[in-house]
Design a protein around this ligand. Structure first.
Ligand code: 5GP
Length: 120
């Protein structure tokens, strides 16, 4: 399992465009790009450009309320761009037990197929 060390992650390099990614949507605050290991026909990761201590959702503080809202709003824009507005899933894995592997807060936007519940 991977722990939250607070060290920079691969997502910083993606934000800086030091490593390539397939960007789906970008604005001042958030970046959305395709997951390198997609779990559905549409699998986009949505991250804050400024991590600001948000390594994981359980580190959220009142100062993060605005960017958390921007991420949720942007997830709708991603779904719209990807043509999955009629049904999609937004996931945040928090911590090793939930399979979080990158410690820069990210929303998974998944769709393009029938999703299962519970996710397991
Ligand atoms: P987590 O497991 O932390 O919720 O999600 C991390 C996600 O980041 C995984 O789905 C993984 O496939 C994706 N990922 C890891 N490294 C890279 C990368 O370098 N590029 C892209 N596009 N996705 C990555």
């Amino acid at each position: 399992s991977v722990a939250d060390t607070g060290a920079p992650t691969i997502f910083d390099k993606i934000i800086a465009k030091e490593i390539p990614s397939d960007i789906v949507y970008e604005d001042e605050h958030v970046l959305a790009f395709r997951d390198i290991n997609p779990q559905a026909p549409v699998h986009v990761l949505l991250i804050p450009k400024l991590r600001d201590g948000l390594t994981m959702l359980s580190k959220a503080e009142p100062k993060h309320v605005e960017v958390l809202g921007q991420l949720l709003l942007a997830s709708k824009i991603v779904a719209e761009k990807e043509g999955i507005l009629e049904g999609y899933r937004v996931v945040i894995n928090n911590g090793a037990e939930a399979c979080q592997s990158v410690y820069h807060l990210h929303l998974h936007v998944l769709g393009g197929r029938q999703m299962k519940w519970p996710p397991g």
